[in-house]
Design a protein around this ligand. Structure first.
Ligand SMILES: [Zn+2]
Length: 763
């Protein structure tokens, strides 16, 4: 028996300290609070706000100077929802801004009692969202930045207990207490961090089951004066005194256990400072698995039969120390354990419906009756639900008043949608799509989720037809762009100017009723997988042709869910953009070449055709032939010019060059040829014609098209040198400027040729 007792004592010794680390005196606590009030004076709403901001950062506004901004900005949600998560959740820009608005309401204003319910269709990932959110909350709340202190009483036996110790060895006591106490949840019994009670040698430790902040122990009527004395005269003190956000500091009562303990001790000791010596502070440790600070109920979790928790052993000790069995009643409810923490319902159905109804009373009154005792409950109440479960709630007026619904829908922003595919199927997937085609796949998926009509966009834009090169009739593409935070550059000036903050809010507000239908998140992954596994090949990329054929021929049943005409519009927009890329890539190559061409031309005009000369400006070796001259003249005069006009133009230009440019400007005035009047004039003609005629090689030269197809192969070298150069430059520019791979650029050019895009958009 002695051996067992010794073993138990050793065990107690080894366990001492666990859970009490970081326990400090009330005075030490006040020093901490004074040093860092912003951290230590926080209720759960404020901590939640700080947590979200810590993980999301300040966000990025792509239009910082925009006077009509509605602060609809981009946040990187990876740290909050993706990193270290069992399953990642992807929040689009709409949802993230919604979450930010909700969270920002938690600082800077008084807290209303309510429950926040995230309402979204099956397959939108809302359970994953809630799990990841709570995981990060716990991580933050247990970190130094998120730490808050809770009250733990250390009742000093030497001051209180007149009777000799009769209770036997403490550890056995404790075990007995746990066994006796049926209400202690199963999980707690095995916890190394047993939070309910601790009997030290010289004191009985009584933790506040409601996790009350120690400064709530200062009697309410003395708190204003006390805190005024405690804090420096700074911004925090001003906010504390005048800001609604800190009302709770002056309004909140400590739990009945703390209240009655304080009174009983004061009665016995007579001196408040002696009472405060028994108040200690320790970090509030959150543990979802134990239901401490964070609790999540599933619809299948039974409602406990015993809603009142107590601890007879600790009760006996308190009563014996205070020499009165009725002064302090150590009873509380399960809500106490998430007081100052988060109480969450995963889906409002099954038993969670009953829980929601019970919560309603608590939220309305802010208190909860435990037998005859009123318990204060200040928790953050969260839940997720399916829209169909919503009907039961919406019917009950008093309940819905206390609920703030936050819409959580299928992703409506193509950037986020693409990010999901990359995360699930691998970063490399983009390599097997031509640029913008993967994004277009995401747009097709999203189009099925949008409302058919957009009154907000129609009243702003008027006739959608004017943007038919860039957008579909129903303006879905415009909407997606705005949902992703981009104001399209193709809007005309007037529409751009009229895109006021008021209009923006109306457009964004339409998202509240969208994203509940169409392809779900899971559908989208299945469809993507089908497309990718069927068509992505190392030797041929997925093009717009592949995409359109997939939705019209391979899986026509999917095509039916896409708004009418959307695919055609998307394809037209894609074609138009692609053609712009080709134009720019051809033009930019020429711009660097224009100057050389003009200098060579001016130099060559002074020689007889059929001779060879080295240009003194460019040092190019020139074969001065009729073809050489007219090749450049095509850009200066156009291709259809009469032969007589050519000769005339050559003579005029040569005369001007010798009489003015060379003899006056260059030789007398010392001007560089590229600065001369004649050069400037020819340059303007050249640029103008290039912009107009940049696609002529495509239109008028069948060899050019064939050479594009042969690019990179052996036969390519059999083409005319000029064509080889043009094609090579075009491909190189597409790679440099628009992010194509060489193979991609080639395939895109073939797409342009095969689809006759130059003619589709010829004006
Ligand atoms: Zn308390």
């Amino acid at each position: 028996m002695d051996q067992i007792r010794k073993a138990m004592l050793d065990l107690e010794e080894s366990q001492r300290g666990t859970g009490t680390e970081g326990t400090i005196t009330f005075e030490e606590f006040l020093v901490l609070v004074r040093e860092n009030p912003l951290q230590h004076v926080r209720n759960v709403h404020q901590v939640f706000h700080d947590m979200v901001h810590t993980f999301l950062g300040t966000g990025e506004d792509e239009y910082p100077e925009d006077p009509e901004s509605i602060n609809f900005i981009s946040y990187d949600t990876n740290a909050l929802f993706v990193e270290d998560a069992d399953q990642p959740f992807f929040a689009d820009r709409l949802f993230t801004n919604r979450l930010m608005n909700m969270v920002d309401g938690m600082r800077g204003s008084a807290q209303q009692n309510k429950i926040y319910i995230f309402d979204g269709p099956p397959g939108c990932g809302k359970s994953i969202f809630l799990n990841n959110l709570l995981q990060k909350f716990q991580k933050y709340a247990n970190s130094p930045a998120g730490c808050r202190y809770e009250t733990v009483w250390r009742l000093d036996r030497s001051l209180l207990d007149q009777s000799p110790e009769r209770d036997g060895p403490p550890v056995l006591d404790k075990l007995a207490a746990l066994l006796e106490n049926r209400e202690v949840p199963e999980a707690l019994k095995n916890s190394p961090d047993e939070p309910l009670l601790r009997f030290g040698k010289g004191f009985v430790e009584v933790p506040c089951p409601s996790h009350d902040s120690p400064f709530l122990m200062i009697p309410k009527n003395q708190r204003p004066k006390f805190l005024d004395d405690l804090f420096h005269n700074d911004e925090f003190k001003w906010n504390l005194s005048y800001g609604k956000e800190y009302d709770w500091v002056f309004r909140t009562n400590p739990c009945t256990i703390c209240t009655t303990l304080y009174k009983a001790l004061l009665h016995q000791l007579g001196d408040p400072s002696e009472v405060f010596k028994m108040i200690h502070a320790r970090p509030y440790v959150f543990n979802r698995r134990l239901g401490e600070g964070v609790t999540v109920f599933n619809p299948g979790d039974r409602v406990t039969r015993q809603p009142v928790l107590t601890n007879p052993q600790l009760q006996k000790r308190i009563s014996s120390l205070l020499q009165d069995s009725n002064k302090v009643r150590y009873i509380f409810s399960r809500y106490a354990r998430t007081n100052n923490g988060i109480f969450a319902l995963m889906d409002i159905k099954g038993h969670n419906k009953d829980r929601l109804h019970e919560l309603h009373n608590i939220i309305s009154d802010g208190v909860h009756k435990v037998e005859e005792i009123e318990e204060n409950i200040n928790s953050l109440f969260l839940g997720v639900m399916n829209p169909e479960d919503n009907k039961t709630i919406r019917g009950i007026q008093s309940l819905s008043d206390r609920i703030e619904f936050i819409n959580i829908s299928y992703v409506l922003d193509s950037n986020t949608e693409v990010e999901i595919y990359r995360n699930i199927f691998g970063r490399h997937i983009g390599e097997l799509f031509l640029p913008r085609v993967l994004e277009n796949f995401a747009r097709i998926i999203i189009s099925s989720r949008l409302s058919d009509k957009s009154p907000a966009l129609l009243s702003w834009i008027g006739d959608p037809d004017k943007y038919k090169l860039y957008c579909d009739k129903k303006l879905h593409l415009l909407k997606m762009s705005i949902y992703a935070g981009r104001i399209p550059t193709w809007l005309d000036q007037e529409d751009e100017k009229n895109f006021t903050a008021k209009r923006r809010r109306k457009v964004i507000a339409e998202a509240e009723s969208e994203g509940h239908e169409g392809f779900s998140g899971r559908d989208a992954l299945d469809i993507f997988h089908d497309l990718y596994s069927s068509f992505a090949r190392d030797d041929s990329m997925i093009t717009m042709d592949t995409l359109c054929a997939f939705f019209t021929k391979t899986r026509p049943e999917l095509g039916k869910q896409i708004p009418e005409g959307f695919l055609d519009s998307l394809r037209r927009m894609y074609n138009y953009q692609t053609l712009q890329e080709v134009k720019e890539s051809l033009y930019y190559y020429n711009e660097s070449q224009i100057s050389r061409d003009i200098q060579n031309y001016l130099f060559a005009l002074n020689y007889e055709p059929g001779t060879t000369a080295i240009c003194s400006y460019t040092e190019d070796k020139l074969e001065i032939t009729e073809a050489f001259l007219s090749g450049i003249e095509d850009h200066l005069l156009g291709q259809d010019v009469r032969q007589g006009r050519r000769r005339e133009f050559r003579e005029e230009t040569q005369r001007e060059y010798t009489s003015q440019t060379l003899t006056q400007e260059i030789m007398v005035e010392g001007i560089d040829i590229s600065e001369t009047q004649l050069f400037t004039e020819l340059n303007q003609r050249y640029v103008y014609s290039l912009k107009e005629k940049v696609l002529e090689p495509f239109l008028k030269n069948a060899n050019f098209s064939r050479a594009l197809k042969e690019f990179g192969g052996d036969d390519f070298k059999t083409y005319d040198k000029k064509i080889q150069d043009d094609v090579s430059f075009l491909i190189a520019n597409l790679c440099d400027r628009f992010g194509y791979t060489e193979q991609g650029a080639r395939e895109m050019c073939i797409y342009v040729v095969d689809n006759n895009l130059t003619e589709e958009f010829a004006d």
